[in-house]
Design a protein around this ligand. Structure first.
Ligand code: OVV
Length: 412
């Protein structure tokens, strides 16, 4: 699997859309789009409830209502043929399928029950004090420095400090987690340069992550062991337990990195919201939620139709890929008032930044815990955040975030 071209021959669907479908030639997987996706999001939403992307020969939904329709109908919109552009049936696959992300019921149901336990409210309760103490420590260090990179030194540093310990992972090799995640999230898009450049990491990264997920390599008190305990009870096989730990290692780092990055970047650009949070720290958790709506760290996922269906007034056949623009749905003016304003007092309920339906983010409580403790520590210790250099965007086919955000903070 050294070149993606070999792996995904003739990726993409038919060159001609079903009759009557608005067609756009925009490329939602290129650097110019990543730099400013919002005008294209608006074009996609305004063109119609279901649109055709001629560049990839694939249908897409960008309005809130249709994104939600697709997310909440797993029987019609399957995940089992992959949640990226590649259709496992037609184009092959880049990695062994995830038994939760890339599965439908009944397999998905069994996997989900186990990860629900590993990432349950009770498990989060046990992590909270440690996470909060680590957030205090990291923010103290950064306030002491005064100027730092909010990406490397905060948004990446915090999850890398707390998540691998919480799951029970060994110390060595943790530096692989971010490049590994970057590669997997690129692999859900087309085989463009971003994917091509990260794909060669697969040869070493896949065996590495598989080894990290083995029972004997996990600390006895980490939540990774909860998967193996479920296997001991016969709820899943021991092999599946390893696959579910792999899933958490894959999905749990880059996503929270970009979620935290989204929150810090938003507060740096909306100082009145920062003042609001400082006045009422109970808003830390809702503020993180609003940051997830506002930036949508996970921008897109695909589904594949299992049967003919009507979507946005169009008839789709069986076996067709549908691209969901979660980020566009989260800023659809048909659903949200002033969607382009970061407002931590807003009712964010129903946003699709964590998805919706049976696949809705299983780690959402862990993500929110990380967001809450970091924002709470910042609100206590930092009175103002100023961007002091040019933010650098990190291009990725699925994830939206920065690679660098130079800031200076004022101690409270
Ligand atoms: C949500 C997500 C992202 C990437 C990988 C996986 C899940 C997985 O289950 O492997």
């Amino acid at each position: 699997m050294n070149t993606v071209g070999k792996l995904f021959p003739d990726l993409g669907g038919p060159a001609t859309p079903p009759p009557g479908v608005p067609t756009l030639d925009a490329d939602p997987f290129c650097e110019a789009f990543f730099a400013d996706p919002y005008p294209v999001h608006a074009q996609l939403r305004d063109a119609g409830p279901f649109v055709w992307l001629s560049k990839y020969g694939v249908g897409a939904v960008a309005r809130y209502a249709e994104v939600r329709q697709v997310l909440t109908d797993w029987e019609t919109f399957s995940s089992a043929r992959g949640v990226g552009l590649a259709d496992f049936v037609k184009h092959g696959r880049f990695r062994l399928p995830s038994i939760i992300l890339e599965a439908d019921p009944p397999q998905h149901t069994r996997s989900r029950a186990v990860l629900n336990k590993a990432l349950s409210p009770a498990v989060m309760k046990g992590l909270r004090d440690r996470f909060a103490a680590e957030a205090d420590r990291i923010i103290d260090e950064l306030v002491e420095k005064g100027s730092f990179d909010a990406c490397a030194d905060l948004a990446q540093a915090f999850p890398l400090r707390v998540f691998p310990d919480a799951i029970g992972m060994k110390r060595e090799g943790r530096g692989n987690l971010l490049p590994y995640g970057d590669m997997v999230f690129n692999s859900f898009g087309p085989p463009n340069s971003f994917f091509q450049e990260s794909a060669p990491r697969a040869k070493e990264a896949f065996p590495w992550v598989e080894t990290q997920a083995l029972r004997e390599n996990l600390e006895p008190d980490g939540f990774g062991q909860i998967c193996y305990q479920a296997a001991d009870r016969g709820e899943i096989s021991h092999e599946e337990a390893g696959m579910l730990v792999r899933a958490m290692l894959t999905a749990g780092v880059d996503t929270t990195v970009n979620g935290l990055g989204a929150a810090v970047y938003a507060f740096a650009r909306f100082p009145s919201e920062w003042r609001k949070l400082r006045e009422n720290r109970a808003l830390a958790r809702p503020a993180f939620e609003e940051a997830v709506r506002f930036e949508s760290p996970v921008q897109t996922f695909f589904r594949t139709t299992t049967r003919p269906v009507e979507l946005g007034g169009c008839r789709l056949g069986e076996g067709e890929k549908v691209l969901m623009f979660l980020g566009a749905a989260n800023r659809d003016p048909r659903k949200w008032e002033n969607p382009d304003v970061f407002d931590i007092g807003r009712a964010t309920v129903g946003h699709v930044g964590f998805g919706a339906g049976i696949h809705m983010c299983v780690g959402q409580l862990l993500a929110r815990l990380e967001g809450e403790v970091v924002l709470d520590a910042m609100a206590r210790k930092i009175s103002a955040i100023e961007i002091t250099g040019t933010p650098v965007r990190r291009p990725n086919n699925t994830l939206r975030g920065l690679s660098s955000l130079p800031v200076t903070v004022k101690a409270a």
